[in-house]
Ligand binder design. Structure first.
Ligand code: ADP
Length: 498
């Protein structure tokens, strides 16, 4: 089966837009576009159609080593670059991202499938980070000096050094932007390893940084054999910090490996966000926001609503509203303006969603709407918005990160049971509370084990606010004033006087 076709007018617009992204599809190392040493290439494909989006080199140890060497060589110059100049470059990157938002959005949809409007929003979000850190740079000038009769103690903030940033495919612009903008502001140089599924988005970022005046070697982009590249990051002495967004499995592996070289790691890992609706909530708003939070990017978001917890008296009413919302969502190619849900990144992701829904049904739950049968005429990468009611917390569907537009519904009675369910997971990235009783919401928020809590608010994120998880969702914060501090080390300089 083919993906529903896109209007020829839009296809022409996409073609013209992509032509503006006029850079070689190669690795970016030391200010040069680089082929892989062995000449291996990798075809990037549109997940909706399977069509080839481009061909890129398949790098490995050697390329990663070169990128680290380039980042290390450019470090003395970059860390000595004035804060004002750093700020100007970051601001210019932000401007270019906004100027090129349409071509970049087409590229993102081509590589990872998300609807065009969501791709535009992601480019804007990436730009917000560069904007924020272009302003934050100025605050780094602050030094603390403690004067004593016979000495002075100066505390200065120093960049940690070469940063390796590993990012996933689901946020191919904002995830690298969040890491790079703060690291570059701090005076670090960066080797970025994006997902092999969305490498061209990362190359576009490198190209934009170059055009904005970022000196050669300050940002490098390599991808290919992820494990070999990861190993190289762990082995090379010059890499002082690894910042990772991705699966818990890989995060744990990196953290264990980083112990060998005593490198810092920041991990933004999986989530299992509860979306809690109390009986006094505005049910229309809750249904609207839960739909958005579960279905944006086809559910492939780490802060997505992964479990709906609903208080008994409003259970039936909320499920009805959600089912109505879910049933309205249209599947298709992300470039088509009618599309609400693009494909999942891989067919296996749709198979997994279906397996989890069936497993829940076997244990007594019920599919209210959706399920693979509801879109049997589409390629197997597509999965419709699916609501599974009557789920119990011990079922697999309630315990794993789903990464699909699949929402299990669990009923509860009272605050204490809600809280037990909310915290009854090894993850702690995001949680959402819907209630008109703000006193209760605040009280509960204080007891929730999550890095981000939304109260009647589906997206409490911003470039100027810190983002990150607790428990096995990771540690370290990105964004906000906190985000840049992760890339800095306070250094103490004591001077004897008199
Ligand atoms: P996902 O399942 O969402 O793709 P991953 O954790 O596998 O999550 O991928 C996130 C990022 O981590 C990607 O850039 C991927 O290539 C990279 N990655 C995967 N395995 C390793 C590894 N062993 N070392 C370093 N990076 C890795």
């Amino acid at each position: 089966m083919n993906c529903p076709s896109v209007d020829p007018e839009i296809v022409a617009r996409r073609k013209a837009a992509l032509a503006r992204l006029d850079f070689p599809r190669r690795l970016w190392v030391g200010g040069q576009w680089l082929e892989a040493s062995g000449g291996e290439v990798w075809a990037v494909r549109d997940p909706a159609t399977g069509e080839r989006v481009g061909e890129v080199p398949w790098g490995g140890r050697l390329e990663a080593g070169r990128a680290i060497a380039a980042a290390a060589a450019s470090l003395p110059h970059w860390r000595a670059t004035s804060l004002r100049r750093r700020s100007e470059i970051l601001a210019r990157i932000q401007e270019l991202l906004r100027e090129l938002r349409e071509p970049l959005a087409f590229l993102r949809t081509a590589e990872q499938g998300g609807p065009h409007v969501q791709s535009l929003a992601e480019v804007d979000f990436a730009a917000d980070y560069f904007d924020w850190y272009s302003r934050q740079v100025r605050r780094l000038r602050r030094r603390r000096v403690v004067k004593e009769p016979d000495r002075s103690l100066r505390v200065e903030l120093q960049p940690v050094g070469v940063v390796a940033a590993i990012t996933p495919w689901n946020a191919p612009f904002s995830a690298p932007a969040r890491k790079m903008s703060a690291a570059l502001a701090a005076g670090c140089t960066v080797v970025l390893k994006p997902s092999e599924l969305t490498p061209i988005c990362a190359l576009a970022l490198a190209w934009i940084c170059h055009r904005a005046g970022l000196p050669p070697g300050v940002l490098n982009v390599v991808f290919g054999d992820a494990e070999a590249i990861g190993e190289t990051f762990l082995e090379e002495e010059a890499v002082r910090l690894i910042t990772f967004t991705g699966s818990t499995r890989v995060g744990k592996w990196l953290m264990a490996g980083a112990a060998r070289g005593v490198k810092r790691v920041f991990l933004e890992l999986g989530g299992n966000a509860p979306f809690v609706v109390f009986a006094d909530a505005d049910l229309d708003a809750a249904a609207r926001d839960a739909t958005r939070l579960r279905c944006a990017n086809s559910g492939q978001v780490c802060i997505a609503a992964n479990r709906l917890l609903v208080e008994r008296p409003v259970h039936a009413a909320l499920v009805e509203k959600l089912a109505a919302n879910f049933s309205r969502l249209r599947l298709g190619h992300g470039d088509s303006p009618d599309t609400d849900l693009g494909p999942l990144i891989r067919p296996e992701a749709a198979h997994n969603a279906e397996r989890l829904a069936r497993d829940a049904v076997r244990r007594g739950a019920k599919v209210v709407c959706g399920g693979r049968a509801a879109c049997a005429d589409l390629p197997e990468r597509f999965y419709p918005a699916t609501l599974v009611d009557g789920v119990r917390p011990e079922m697999e569907i309630a315990r794993t990160e789903l990464f699909a537009p699949l929402l299990p519904v669990i009923e509860f009675s009272g605050e204490e049971e809600a809280l037990r369910l909310v915290n009854g997971t090894e993850y702690g990235l995001a949680a959402y509370l819907y209630t008109r009783d703000l006193g209760r919401a605040r009280r509960l928020a204080g007891r929730i084990e999550a890095g981000v809590v939304g109260i009647n608010h589906p997206r409490p994120l911003a470039a100027h606010a810190p983002f990150g998880g607790v428990k096995q969702s990771g540690f370290g914060r990105e964004g906000g004033a906190e985000g840049v501090l992760e890339f800095l080390e306070p250094r103490l300089i004591g001077i004897r006087e008199g």
